[in-house]
Design a binder for this molecule. Structure first.
Ligand code: FES
Length: 242
């Protein structure tokens, strides 16, 4: 760049710096004019602060604003509405709880096919004297023994008071010739073998428990006699278990 050109550039920059403040000042003046017009138009607007005490007009932020105009006029109406809402929601909650409990009980109760298995009827005429029959009831084996006169006599004459689980034979049977018991060893739940063991009754091979002809524990680790289930004789030759 030549010397005259540099000189002319410097002169024009200097001139621009001097005129710039005037150019910048012009918009400010316009803004001030606008604000003045706006102030003039809103100078009559009123704002009633809810924090003013009222009499002196002195502002006090500790005053609680009044919301009276938003409240209903009657205290009784408010209480009636509150009681209604509480009662309605209480009723709905109780209804929901009742339905929940009812559904739970319905789901948990036994279905029709399970109830049908709850009782089992056995024709006793088909079981000869001196024989065992095993049936399934509620998933467990049930022993039915048609006892002979000798077996009844033996069971009856046993000195039961000194046994591990003392029980008279008469407490374990409804008819002396029919002995009905769960076929589950009272030690750990194996199924004992009939007409076996040292006492002519049942023998559990799992750990060597011996039961007599009344199903009472006589020897081995089992702690209790074989359990007698609920049963009945609706007719002479009919047995219902359960
Ligand atoms: S389960 Fe019968 S003796 Fe152990």
């Amino acid at each position: 760049m030549s010397v005259p050109t540099r000189l002319s550039t410097a002169i024009s920059r200097q001139a621009a710096r001097q005129t710039l403040p005037a150019v910048r000042a012009a918009p400010l003046g316009v803004q001030q004019q606008k604000r003045t017009r706006a102030d003039a138009s809103t100078s009559h607007a009123e704002f009633n602060s809810p924090f003013t005490r009222g009499t002196s007009g002195k502002k006090d932020t500790t005053v609680i604003p009044s919301f009276k105009k938003y409240r209903s006029g009657s205290e009784t109406n408010n209480k009636v509405f509150q009681y209604f809402m509480v009662g309605a929601f209480g009723g709905l909650s109780a209804l929901g709880a009742k339905n929940t409990v009812q559904d739970f009980l319905v789901n948990m109760s036994a279905s029709a096919d399970v109830l049908a298995q709850a009782k089992v009827e056995v024709d006793l005429a088909s079981i000869p004297e001196g024989k065992n029959v095993i049936i399934k009831w509620r998933g467990k084996p049930v022993f039915i023994r048609h006892r002979t006169a000798d077996e009844i006599k033996e069971a009856d004459e046993t000195k039961w008071e000194s046994l591990r689980d003392p029980q008279a034979d008469s407490e374990r049977v409804k008819k002396p010739e029919w002995l009905i018991m769960l076929g589950v060893c009272t030690h750990l739940g194996c199924v004992p073998i009939g007409e076996a063991g040292d006492f002519g009754g049942w023998f559990c091979p799992c750990h060597g428990s011996h039961y007599d002809i009344s199903g009472r524990i006589r020897k081995g680790p089992a702690p209790l006699n074989l359990e007698v289930p609920e049963y009945d004789f609706p007719e002479d030759t009919s047995l219902v278990i359960g």
